[in-house]
Design a protein around this ligand. Structure first.
Ligand code: PLP
Length: 398
């Protein structure tokens, strides 16, 4: 029996992050819901077993650990319900499979996370769903691309790597007028900086691998859904039984409690680094929606409550060798995929080869940065030395 008095409903965000999904007196007073490992759940009587009577029925259907995170995320995201998945990409596929069937048409932003694109072009196509890619800046113009069989519009803001800002409320209004479901990959902002369901999104995806973990030490995905979409989403989850491991869920719950603090720090650090990079002679453009000079800034300011630690820069033209000299010698920035951990990262990227609805020709090499929690002076010194290597390599070749 719970001894916890019911919480007031008008709590602040940080209070909710601390309390959501947690009931210590269900756990003998221990603060955290422990890692429940288990497949079999026992029933006390034949009658209970035959009627599947009981709070839990089988390991894949949920445990107190997974339920803790689902309940917490539903509250934080302002949703009707949440399902978990073993990775962010698995969460994307669950959301799509829950609202699409053979013969349906899907509208997908051209700026989407690339593996999502590959799922549409491979799996969805194989099962008879047609995908049309659209310009991420289309806004209310999405209506002109809608067909009678358009079942879903998928959005991601800002765009993966390229940071286009989408007008989500305008897209949602147009899509809903035609009866389509609106899905958003909200990994960059998290529900703390963009409350997806308040802004018209029916299903929102979070790669928990990123800021929910905060430590580059787990893989997890979450899909939150409103009343319209939750039932089908949960049925899809049950059909696949694509459940995450209990340790990862436990670590995500631990990350949840400090997520607001970490995000605010990533935001502050990334903004300062973005401004520092913008002032560098080697940099042509910084793509960070919270910077006044970024094309998507007005939409970001209207719809978002903050910005996270991930942004991109376009360098002035330099050789491939000069770029490699810069990156290979970095002592503090790591090079690798994924992001959202405590450490700073950088990767070169080029969207030109796979975009189909828009072109990508920024006129110089592009780098995506994730700014971690290190001392900024150390990060700047690391990049400063990198830029010196870049300049020297091209000067020597000239
Ligand atoms: C990382 C990422 C994903 C996928 O998450 P994984 O856990 O790595 O599968 C999906 N969407 C976006 C925007 C991401 O950055």
């Amino acid at each position: 029996m719970s001894k916890t008095p019911s919480r007031p409903t008008d709590l602040g965000e940080r209070t909710r992050l601390v309390h959501a999904g947690r009931d210590p007196f269900e756990q003998h007073g221990f603060v955290n819901t422990p890692i429940y490992r288990g497949s079999t759940v026992l029933y006390p009587t034949t009658d209970d077993l035959l009627h599947r009577r009981g709070r839990y029925s089988y390991g894949t259907k949920g445990t107190p650990t997974t339920e803790s995170l689902e309940t917490a995320w539903t509250e934080i995201a302002g949703a009707a319900g949440t399902v978990l998945a073993p990775s962010g990409l698995a969460a994307v596929t669950l959301a799509l499979m829950s609202c699409l069937k053979a013969g349906d048409h899907l509208l997908m932003t051209d700026s989407v996370y690339r593996p999502t694109r590959q799922f549409c072009d491979g799996m969805l196509k194989k099962f008879g769903v047609e995908t049309t890619y659209y310009d991420p800046l289309i806004g209310a113009g999405i209506e002109s691309l809608m067909r009678p069989n358009t079942a879903a519009v998928f959005t991601e803001a800002p765009g993966s790597q390229s940071f286009e800002m989408q007008d989500i409320p305008a897209i949602a209004e147009a899509a809903h007028r035609r009866g389509a479901v609106v899905i958003m990959d909200n990994t960059w902002a998290t529900p703390l900086f963009f409350p997806p369901h308040e802004r018209g999104v029916d299903m929102a995806i979070e790669a928990g691998t990123k800021y929910l973990s905060g430590g580059s030490d787990l893989l997890l995905g979450l899909v939150s859904a409103n009343e319209r979409c939750f039932k089908a989403l949960r049925e899809t989850y049950d059909a696949f039984a694509m459940c995450p491991g209990p340790e990862d869920v436990f670590l995500a719950l631990r990350g949840l409690r400090t997520m607001a603090l970490r995000l605010r720090e990533h935001e502050k650090q990334a903004l300062e680094m973005a401004r520092w990079l913008q002032a560098r002679p080697e940099v042509a453009q910084v793509l960070h929606p919270a910077l006044e000079t970024c094309p998507g800034h007005a939409i970001w300011k209207r719809d978002f409550k903050g910005s996270s630690g991930l942004f991109s820069v376009i360098l002035k033209p330099c050789s491939d060798r000069a770029l490699a000299a810069m990156l290979d010698g970095l002592a503090l920035f790591g090079m690798g995929y994924s992001w959202g951990g405590f450490e700073s990262l950088v990767i070169p990227f080029d969207c030109a080869s796979y975009r189909t609805a828009t072109s990508w020709a920024p006129g110089g090499h592009a780098l995506r940065f994730h700014i971690g929690l290190e001392d900024l002076d150390d990060l700047k010194r690391d990049l400063d030395a990198g830029f010196a290597r870049l300049r020297e390599t091209d000067a020597k070749a000239a």
